[in-house]
Write a protein that binds this ligand. Structure first.
Ligand code: GLC
Length: 472
């Protein structure tokens, strides 16, 4: 089975969030299970490991009524072939997204993915596009390539990692920039806008999302950012598959970024050493208090407002807080200020440093993830892998991966309603659990033994690909 995985980011080349983790690890798991899965992504200006890239060829790509250069490079990692599409005008910039012409950049990329197939000997059975940046791939495939032999049998899956970002533009982008004429505009038109994600939902054979719970949630206006009506219509082709994490990379036994190593059976000393070093690094008191951590973008839907409301209360309970992340200015100021007012109890680092994130996963006792919505979430799984007990709100993938330990078998602490009281109560229970000196190691062991590898989910992806291949 041949699968072309299209993503705007993939580890270790260039990543800004969870999509990059998935595009860097799921294809590897698919390859290990016998699928020829290849990944295609833009050749960004700040792409890492550039010297591993091999030039293949170049061709031109229609962008509306214009034609643009596209270079094709490739590289192999862990058995996976990665293709990189090069156009310096669009991609040689600092950062991945957030530019005035993102719509045009990714319309170009999506079209280039299909053009690229003329120049490789690879014919996918399935193209799996991801998020709004590659959402035009199935649209273009249906509009402009279906009549060609090489393309006539390709099936498409579109995976939603976060429905909040849809690629919405004024309708004027369609003809000139996207090359989608008036006759076909209805495919991508939604609520008076050009909406790339809508185009993919309309034209793909299957729409998947990154957890079963989220697949249900996005049928509800509270979660759907306006797309619930369309998704209810297309519910017959919607499904949810829980993400995995790369357990080779996130492995406390071998992770070179952490000061001591441990596994599910030997964690006591190693984890204590990681905690000691973390406390030292953030100038926290080493008096046996539990360390509660958050590694997150500091934005509303991650539940940061709830954490702000309970922070003082947690400190009063004797909990130490460590926060790593950046985002909205008001939250950055709040947490910096909190650290200033509570020296020795609160450590804050505004920014994102991957090795520091790993030191936090390893050194903390409790991990906070009270998201308002969370399509899947990977940090709670990484936290479990490092023996740090998650406190999460029961939404999306958090609900599918973390179960309250109240009944004696779970791997964390959960709460349902999005309010600060309920978060506070769950944190309080976690803290009480921490002081239960016999019970806590049992919980840590159980959390570390959870299998969050791609083993299970890679098979669900393969089943889904088989399903679409047999559709017509
Ligand atoms: C997005 C979602 C996150 C998910 C990730 C990978 O970043 O917000 O919940 O884990 O994609 O699918």
């Amino acid at each position: 089975m041949n699968v072309l995985f299209c993503a705007s980011e993939a580890n270790p080349w260039a990543a800004s969030g969870g999509l990059g983790d998935v595009a860097g690890s799921l294809p590897k798991a698919l390859v290990q299970n016998g699928v020829d899965c290849r990944v295609v992504m833009p050749l960004y200006g700040d792409l890492k490991y550039r010297d591993e890239l091999e030039y293949i060829t170049n061709f031109s790509v229609p962008v509306g009524w214009r034609s643009q250069y596209c270079g094709l490079f490739s590289a192999k990692r862990d058995g996976v072939t990665f293709y990189f599409l090069d156009n310096e005008y669009y991609f040689k910039r600092t950062g991945l997204y957030g530019f005035y012409d993102d719509g045009e950049r990714f319309a170009f990329f999506s079209r280039a993915v299909l053009e690229m197939l003329f120049y490789t000997d690879f014919t996918p059975d399935v193209i799996n596009a991801n998020d709004w940046q590659t959402a035009l791939v199935p649209v273009y495939l249906n509009l402009y390539y279906r009549h060609l032999d090489k393309y006539s049998h390709i099936k498409t899956v579109f995976t939603i990692h976060n429905i909040q970002y849809q690629g919405k533009y004024g309708l004027d982008i369609l003809e000139d920039t996207c090359g989608i004429g008036r006759r076909d505009a209805h495919l991508v038109e939604y609520d008076g806008c050009a909406n790339f994600m809508k185009g993919a939902i309309e034209t793909s054979d299957k729409v998947s999302t990154v957890s079963p719970t989220y697949a249900g949630e996005i049928l509800d206006p509270w979660f759907s950012h306006g797309l619930d009506g369309l998704l209810r219509q297309k519910q017959y082709k919607l499904c949810g598959i829980l993400n995995g994490i790369d357990v080779d990379s996130y492995n406390p036994e071998t992770d070179p970024n952490i000061p001591a190593h441990y596994n599910a059976d030997t964690f006591a000393e190693g984890k204590a050493e990681c905690k000691r070093r973390l406390q030292e690094q953030f100038g926290l008191a080493q008096d046996g208090s539990p360390v509660m951590a958050m590694v997150t973008r500091l934005v509303g839907h991650k539940g940061v407002d709830l954490v702000r409301d309970v922070a003082e209360g947690l400190i009063d309970q004797g909990i130490e807080l460590v926060i790593l992340g950046n985002g909205e200015h008001a939250y950055e100021v709040f947490f910096n200020d909190l650290a200033g007012r509570h020296p020795g109890r609160v450590g804050v680092y505004i920014g994102f440093v991957p090795p520091l994130a790993r030191q936090i996963y390893a050194g903390a006792d409790i991990f906070l993830m009270p998201s308002k919505s969370e399509p899947c979430g990977l940090a709670q799984m990484v936290a479990c892998r490092y023996g740090t007990i998650p406190v999460v709100r029961e939404t999306g993938g958090l609900k599918d991966s973390i179960h309250d330990s109240g009944d004696g078998w779970g791997n964390g602490f959960t709460f349902q309603q999005y309010n600060a009281h309920d978060l506070y109560e769950a944190c309080w229970r976690a803290k009480e659990g921490y002081w239960h000196k016999d019970g806590w190691p049992v919980l840590v062991h159980r959390a570390m033994c959870c299998d969050f590898s791609w083993n299970v989910s890679a098979h669900s992806y393969i089943d889904m690909y088989h399903q679409v291949m047999n559709l017509w």
